[in-house]
Write a protein that binds this ligand. Structure first.
Ligand SMILES: O=P(O)(O)OC[C@H]1O[C@](O)(CO)[C@@H](O)[C@@H]1O
Length: 482
């Protein structure tokens, strides 16, 4: 075998499992989703649950046979071995020769996870304990600003993974009754863009005396973040003098030397590690520090526990019941085999407004490469183009394109219990039940392949019926989060 042939041989597209899936595409293309949905047994087995999260993937263009073939592909890709390697701290980040251990950020204290032969969980908890003490002091008002006033506003400066994850969680918690009670009297602001407009907006109404700036940067070299950090340092020192930096600026970074050089007191630096990828860093001090100051450490710790529950599920559950694995394999099926390049993320919940931007980075900064890990050009497409808006806003924007002919796999995300169930009798979409029925009507309109008239005959309200509907052949990836 010459070297070109040898390098091609490593491509998974040369495997039997791959070819088998390719051959299966025609059969699926000739099967209508309506017929798939008439199979009761399939419907039941295509709904799985973990820890209150239910995923219904029955509206996927897939049969049980498709799943079996995808599991063979996963075997060919050595997916189980790769998951084990991730949790074992192996250097699966081959380009940087590093462990990929964001899972350790949410591990309980007694769990052992090693990188370079060292258990990293105690290091994680040292930082979490430090954040708990620090955030309590700020919240109680025992740690104050340069003039002795409580620090009621926090500006978190950061971009990419040092921004989008924390923004998503903050947006999700804002109106949650317990969290909002715990945040009373406090405000969390974000500053990401290098455009000075963002500075003006972030500082609108703020006073230096009562503001704490958190500079969040894994590297502490990102141009946009460092410019914004210098801008806010000047904003503080102009009003309160040089000495105020130690009282009004703290940092989250892996680069403690640069934090110190910048003038931030090393005592006020909250570290994380190079085995945390920036886009997966929300569970490190990147998210935990600003969110704990806003909502209290215990609230954020519950978020960490939820993430760990999914980590354990991902690590130990057989693939046919494993939520992340199934969703990942179905993405491969949609993108690479069925040829649908995009995915719409549609949470029917305003609190999840920033989910799509967060997933955009997590997914699109990781997947969608043109070459294999060995550097061989790929003869197939990878990675999804993610976009999305909360329903119902998206319905009045881009849903028409989806309804009228382009096939876009959609992740419909619903919640059973609303944070804010407002009941106003007789008002459409004024309460949670209305929102959810809207959600189901949209999802099923796409999934069942029904005409507008058929939907009308079934009593679907006129305003929920998409215009000039041509549903035949639509595909819906239907994930409900309860
Ligand atoms: O946290 P840092 O080092 O400032 O990086 C910010 C972002 O920039 C990137 O490195 C690349 O744009 C992202 O991966 C990262 O989240």
């Amino acid at each position: 075998m010459d070297s070109e042939a040898a390098s091609k041989a490593v491509l998974i597209s040369n495997s039997e499992a791959w070819q088998d899936l390719k051959n299966h595409v025609t059969e699926i293309n000739n099967t209508h989703l309506r017929d798939l949905l008439s199979d009761e047994e399939r419907l039941k087995s295509f709904i799985i649950e973990h820890d209150g999260v239910v995923v219904d993937f029955s509206r996927q263009r897939a049969t049980k046979e498709t799943l079996t073939k995808l599991f063979s592909l996963a075997k060919e890709a050595k997916l189980k071995e790769k998951i084990d390697k991730l949790f074992a701290g192996d250097h699966i980040n081959a380009t940087e020769n590093r462990s990929v251990l964001h899972v350790a950020l949410r591990a309980p204290r007694d769990v052992v996870i090693t990188s370079e032969g060292k258990n990293v969980v105690p290091d994680v908890w040292n930082v979490l304990d430090k954040i708990k003490v620090f955030s309590n002091k700020i919240r109680e008002g025992s740690l104050v600003g340069a003039t002795g006033k409580p620090l009621t506003d926090v500006v978190a400066i950061g971009i990419g993974g040092s921004f989008l994850g924390p923004l998503f969680v903050h947006t999700a918690l804002k109106t949650e009754p317990k969290a909002s009670e715990l945040a009373k009297g406090r405000k969390l602001h974000f500053l990401a863009n290098v455009d000075p407009i963002d500075v003006v907006r972030a500082l609108d109404g703020l006073k230096q005396e009562t503001t704490l700036v958190v500079v969040v940067s894994k590297t502490f070299t990102t141009a946009e973040t460092m410019l914004n950090a210098r801008t806010l340092r000047t904003w503080i020192t102009a009003a309160l003098g040089q000495g105020a930096v130690s009282k009004h600026m703290v940092a989250v970074s892996t680069n403690l030397k640069l934090v110190k050089d910048f003038g931030i007191n090393p005592e006020n630096a909250f570290t994380f590690w190079d085995w945390v990828g920036g886009r997966y860093s929300v569970c490190s001090a990147v998210g935990v520090l600003p969110l704990s100051i806003q909502y209290g450490f215990d609230t954020v710790n519950r978020f960490l526990q939820g993430a760990w529950s999914v980590d354990e599920h991902f690590r130990t559950t057989p693939f046919d019941k494993n939520l992340p694995v199934l969703l990942g394999l179905l993405s491969v099926w949609n993108v690479t085999f069925l040829g649908f390049p995009a995915r719409a993320i549609l949470p029917y919940c305003q609190a999840l407004e920033k989910l799509a931007p967060h997933i955009q980075q997590v997914s699109m900064e990781s997947n969608g490469k043109g070459v294999s890990i060995e550097g061989v050009q790929l003869p197939y497409e990878t990675g999804e183009i993610d976009f999305g808006e909360p329903g119902t806003n998206g319905q009045h924007s881009f849903y028409q394109l989806i309804h009228q002919g382009r096939v876009i796999p959609c992740d419909f995300i619903g919640v059973i219990e609303s944070q804010q169930p407002i009941y106003l009798k007789g008002e459409v979409v004024s309460n949670h039940d209305e929102l959810m029925s809207n959600f189901f009507a949209q999802a099923d309109a796409l999934a069942y392949g029904k005409t507008s008239d058929e939907l009308r005959a079934e009593g679907v309200p006129e305003k929920l019926i998409p215009h000039k509907a041509r549903y035949v052949g639509f595909l819906v990836k239907f994930s409900i989060v309860f």
